[in-house]
Design a protein around this ligand. Structure first.
Ligand code: AMP
Length: 396
C-alpha cells in the first residue's frame, strides 16, 4: 500500500509518499507560502528536484498541486490518486484524549479542534490539512492522526502534574504533555532493534536535538518522563526558545519590560535560547562556527546546551534505576559531534564512554561508545514520516 504522510502548518504543507511494501520513499515535497503571495511547491522524486511557483490560496489547492506533481510530468510516481491507499497526518496536540494514533472521523476532528487552545499554532492548520485532504481525496480514503503527545501519555502523574493549584489541572488540563513523541518512539524502538535488545526490557534516554529539542526517558517501551511540558517551550534551551526557567523569571521580566501575555510568550519562544544568549543566531552551525572563532557567548551557548543534556541523562538514569542506551537524533543530535561529546563527558562512572573517532560520523546510524562501555551511545537519524506511515498502515 502507498501511504501519503502529511504535516500541515499554517502556510505550509510537507508531504511524503511511502510505498509500504518496502518502506521506500517515492517522493516528497513542501508547499510553501500557502495563502500568501509567492507560493511554491518543491517536489523531489527519482533523485531530482523541481520548484514550481504556483498560486495556492488554500490548503486544498496545495493538495491539488501536490497531486498534479505526483501524477503528471517528470516527477510523477503514481498513475492517479486512487493509488494512494491511506493518508497519515501529523497532529501536534492530542491532549489526554489520544494515547495512540487513531482513524480520523468527525468526532476525532472535533476533539482535535477542541484541543486547539493547548496548541493554537499547530492544531488548527492540521485540522485544515485533514479537511482539505478529505475534499481532494474523498471520504473513501482512510485518514489517520498521529499525535506528537501520544507516546508520552504513559507518564505517571508524579511526572506530569505541575505543582500549582490542582484545580487548574482539572479545569484547564494544565500538565506536562511532552512532544516529539513520534520521533522518541521511532529512535527508541530502532535503538533496541539496532542493539538486538528486547524493547520491552530496555532503558533508554532519547535526545531529539533539533531547532526544537526534547529528551525522554523510555523504560521498557514506555515514555515515563520527558523534558517539554504543557507546550514545546519547556525543558532544554532551543534555537529560539528558553526552555526551563525559574518561573519567576517570566513574571520579573514582564515587570521590567512591560511585556505580558502574548508578548512575553513571544520573547520566550522566539527571542531566547541559542539566539537570545549568543546574540548571533538560532542555528547551531552558526553557533559552532562562532565559538570556533573565539566568540565567548557562542561558546557559552554550546556549554549550557551540552550541560543541560548531560543533567537530564543523569536525571533520567535515576528515574529508570539504570541506563542501557542514550540515543541522539534531530539536526544537532545527528550532526554535531561536539555536542554529543560534551554531553557525554565525565559520565564514566555511569558507564558512558565514547569513542571520539566513531563520534565524528554525521547523519548515519552509529554506535559511538567504546567496546567495553556499559551504556551504548548511538546516533539514530529520526524518521517521523515512516513512523506515521507505519501507524497508518497498522490502523487501516
Ligand atoms: P532540525 O530542526 O532537526 O532540522 O535541526 C536543525 C538544527 O540542526 C540547527 O540548529 C542546525 O544548525 C543543526 N545542524 C544541522 N546540521 C548540522 C551540522 N552539520 N553541524 C552542527 N549542527 C547542525
Amino acid at each position: 500500500m502507498k501511504i501519503l504522510v502529511i504535516n500541515s502548518g499554517s502556510s505550509s504543507l510537507k508531504y511524503q509518499l511511502i510505498d509500504m511494501d518496502n518502506e521506500s520513499v517515492l517522493c516528497k515535497g513542501l508547499c510553501e507560502r500557502i495563502g500568501l503571495v509567492g507560493s511554491s511547491v518543491t517536489h523531489k522524486a527519482h533523485g531530482k528536484e523541481w520548484k514550481v511557483q504556483n498560486t495556492m490560496p488554500t490548503h486544498a489547492e496545495a493538495f491539488s498541486k501536490m497531486l498534479d506533481l505526483m501524477t503528471t510530468g517528470d516527477g510523477a510516481v503514481l498513475q492517479n490518486k486512487a493509488d494512494i491507499g491511506a493518508i497519515g497526518h501529523r497532529v501536534v496536540h492530542g491532549g489526554e484524549k489520544f494515547a495512540a494514533s487513531v482513524i480520523i472521523n468527525d468526532e476525532v476532528i472535533k476533539t482535535i479542534e477542541e484541543l486547539s487552545p493547548l496548541a493554537p499554532l499547530h492544531n488548527p492548520p492540521q485540522v485544515q490539512g485533514i479537511r482539505s485532504a478529505q475534499k481532494v481525496f474523498g471520504m473513501d480514503v482512510p485518514q489517520v492522526a498521529v499525535f506528537d503527545t501520544a507516546f508520552h501519555q504513559t507518564m505517571d502523574p508524579k511526572a506530569y502534574i505541575f505543582a500549582i493549584p490542582y484545580e487548574f489541572y482539572e479545569s484547564h488540563s494544565i500538565r506536562r504533555y511532552g512532544f516529539h513523541g513520534t520521533s522518541h518512539r521511532y529512535v527508541a524502538q530502532r535503538a533496541a532493534e539496532f542493539l538486538g535488545r528486547d524493547f520491552n526490557d530496555f532503558k533508554v534516554v532519547t535526545c531529539h536535538l533539533g531547532n526544537g529539542a526534547s529528551m525522554a526517558a523510555v523504560l521498557n517501551g514506555k515514555s515515563i518522563d520527558t523534558t517539554m511540558g504543557l507546550t514545546p517551550l519547556g525543558g532544554l534551551m532551543m534555537g529560539t526558545r528558553s526552555g526551563d526557567l525559574d518561573p519567576s523569571v517570566a513574571t520579573y521580566l514582564a515587570d521590567i519590560t512591560g511585556e505580558y501575555g502574548a508578548n512575553m510568550s513571544k520573547l520566550l519562544n522566539t527571542k531566547s535560547g541559542f539566539l537570545g544568549v549568543s546574540g548571533i543566531s538560532s542555528d547551531n552551525r552558526d553557533i559552532e562556527a562562532a565559538a570556533a572563532e573565539g566568540n565567548e557567548r557562542a561558546q557559552l551557548v554550546h556549554d549550557m546546551y551540552s550541560y543541560q543534556i548531560k543533567k537530564y541523562i543523569g536525571a533520567y538514569a535515576a528515574a529508570m534505576n539504570g541506563l542501557d542506551c542514550v540515543v541522539f537524533t534531530g539536526g544537532i543530535g545527528e550532526n554535531s559531534p561536539s555536542t554529543r561529546s560534551d554531553a557525554c563527558q565525565g559520565m564514566e562512572f555511569f558507564g558512558i564512554e565514547i569513542d571520539e573517532t566513531l563520534n565524528l560520523k554525521r547523519g548515519e546510524e552509529v554506535d559511538f561508545s567504546t567496546p567495553d562501555a556499559k551504556v551504548r551511545t548511538l546516533v539514530i537519524p529520526t524518521d517521523e514520516e515512516l513512523m506515521i506511515a507505519r501507524d497508518t498502515l497498522e490502523l487501516v
